[in-house]
Design a protein around this ligand. Structure first.
Ligand SMILES: *Cc1c(COP(=O)(O)O)cnc(C)c1O
Length: 376
């Protein structure tokens, strides 16, 4: 007989990342995983080179150097930071490992990041998935609907702000209202993987809230704006007592010295940081506007990707042409031409594709292919 895992684990659909190649295409344009088109800072690459000398030694166990650099960069207490050498995904998972018991409820929204469901089920806890609301050019978490789902069994709420794959965000007041409506014994985990990209003045990434409330945790990553997805560096900021809990269950050397040194160099290269922000501020609105010109709905995004809506197959009122313009057909057409976007069927969005902001050349190519596809 096969060994039996804990209840819930066999209900997990393993996470599948964005594709990175197309059969028959030598070098595909990968706009499927929200990686930075600028890549990492040259200073981070230099640090990677220097770090080579140290790989035969165990690192200091608590990620102290990186925590201190993060603390300095953001004005945070390094004692309230935990780093991860397996991305912020691992920290999001550890939150569930530490705080969810079998039967506990964990709330997140309909189109939330898939890791939340995996982490919940892995702890035999119950995912409570609440619908989002659709407004003009946005699909967004509905704070009231989310709060209405709270029961005495609720232990945790995950929210990505901004959310992937919708690109929408909740402003400071909405996040405060969400927090205010939660019982004190419920942890609010704010996943700010795209926080660096947001330019809206009414956005707060979660640092202020962690500073004020002991039941709020914020996670961040070096994978997106810093262009270091392959090196798997993440961190979280929380109360001293939540950090103490996570420090008891994390791997003893969970952030390699190489990861710490590269992370520190990336953090300190402000020129590269601002170049990445500027690039996104130029191309995100361009992509949004150009794709809208084809007649497709593109949602407003606060991050480094857009959600593109295609006509549903067999949609009411479809006159026949819609059948040729589905997300699946667009995906196939783009693939044939060497461009990979992200189908988001497993995020409950079967008629959408998500496109990451790429280099100027990649953006122009993807937009021109989408224009051709819609005109055909
Ligand atoms: C990319 C992403 C992350 C970051 O994952 P890492 O493990 O840090 O690479 C976290 N949350 C969301 C919503 C993401 O899209």
């Amino acid at each position: 007989m096969d060994p039996t895992p804990k209840p819930g684990i066999l209900d997990i659909s393993p996470y599948v990342g964005g594709r990175s190649s197309v059969p028959g295409v030598a070098k595909a344009v990968k706009l499927s995983s929200n990686e930075s088109p600028l890549g990492p800072s040259p200073k981070a690459l230099a640090a990677l080179d220097e770090a080579k000398a140290s790989i035969s030694l165990y690192p200091e166990g608590s990620g102290r150097m990186l925590r201190e650099a993060i603390g300095e960069a953001f004005g945070l207490d390094p004692a309230r930071i935990v780093t991860s050498g397996d991305g912020s995904d691992a920290l999001l998972t550890m939150m569930a490992n530490a705080f969810l018991q079998p039967g506990d409820e964990c709330i997140f929204s309909e189109h939330a990041f898939l890791v939340y469901k995996i982490a919940t089920l892995a702890n035999s806890a119950v995912p409570v998935i609440v619908p989002e609301k659709t407004t003009n050019n946005a699909i967004k978490v509905d704070v009231d609907v989310l709060l209405a789902a709270v029961t005495p069994k609720t232990r945790m709420v995950y929210i990505a702000n901004p959310n992937n794959p919708t690109g929408s965000y909740l402003n400071r007041d909405e996040m405060e209202r969400l927090h205010k409506g939660l019982p004190e014994n419920v942890l609010l985990v704010i996943d700010a993987a795209y926080g660096e990209y947001v330019t809206a003045k009414d956005y707060e990434s979660g640092m202020e809230m962690v500073g004020r409330y002991p039941n709020v945790v914020m996670t961040r990553t070096f994978s997106k704006l810093y262009g270091l997805a392959g090196l798997r560096i993440g961190w979280m900021y929380a109360s001293a007592s939540v950090c103490d809990v996570i420090n008891r269950i994390r791997g003893p050397f969970n952030t390699a010295l190489m990861q710490q040194l590269v992370g520190i160099a990336a953090l300190r290269d402000r020129d590269h940081f601002w170049a990445a922000v500027k690039h996104n501020n130029t191309w995100l609105p361009w992509i949004t506007a150009e794709i809208r010109k084809t007649g497709l709905r593109v949602d407003d995004s606060a991050a480094n990707f857009v959600l593109i809506h295609f006509p549903a197959p067999g949609a009411a009122g479809a006159k026949g042409n819609e059948e040729k313009k589905t997300a699946a057909k667009a995906d196939a057409f783009l693939n044939q031409h060497g461009v990979i976007l992200r189908p988001v069927i497993n995020y409950g969005l079967p008629d959408c594709l998500r496109m990451t902001v790429g280099t100027e050349e990649q953006n122009r190519l993807a937009v021109s292919l989408l224009t051709q596809f819609m005109a055909a």
